[in-house]
Design a protein around this ligand. Sequence first.
Ligand code: COA
Length: 223
Amino acid sequence: MTEIHVIRKENRHLYEHLFDLYHRLRYDIYVRQRRWMALDRPDGREIDQFDTDDAVYLLALEGTRIVGGMRAIPTTCPTLLSEIFPQLNLRSPIHRPDVYELSRILVVPERRGEQAGPGLATMLQAAIIEYGLSVGLTGFTIVLETWWLPRFEEQGWRAKPLGLPMDIDGMSTVAVYVSCDEETWDDMVQRKGIAGPMLHWLNLSSVPRVDISLSCRPTLQVF
Ligand code: COA
């Protein structure tokens, strides 16, 4: 059974044993498979300047096996958009505590293209909306390849471009802003058959959050 776990600095010690595997998986996927050679490192781990204590990770786990993941970085910190690809943002720089940047969205090859149910990649996208609603985020920025855009549309994500698409290393790349709101959650739940909240929040009882009820309507409740 696949579980999607929230990992933040407060509970990272519980997952420390997985992080080496996680960075090796990222290396396999981004450097070996996708050939994003700018991310190459001699130690066979893909890790960058944005993997800091402030990063939040969602990891999809089957026991101790990582089958998918996503990273969210506060836009109050340096981000891919602010530091590496500022040319993709024609608007004012976004540095807001309620907006995070998403990156490193991945699923292991054996779990891609799932036809039964929503599919793991979609589950991860729903999970990040659940996370955002739970902790009071209002949106996400993402630097992505433009092939994501029709897919977002189909999934119920409303992506607003922050600038024009540009060719970066042969990839048509654009920066977008995606709202994190109840409407997006409801839309995803209905379109993709998401059963309801799915996140595992081990040892995060000190983090104030809103309960995303099964009716998909958050009710204010601090755990
Ligand atoms: N280039 C162009 N289109 C792509 C693509 C790529 N590199 N990767 C996925 N797609 C599109 C295609 O339309 C594909 O449909 P197709 O199989 O008919 O070509 C569709 O997305 C579904 O892709 P698939 O990989 O089967 O689906 P998924 O929804 O289970 O997983 C990802 C999507 C992106 C999570 C998965 O492909 C992955 O982990 N890729 C490697 C990591 C990555 O590149 N992440 C994005 C940047 S952070």
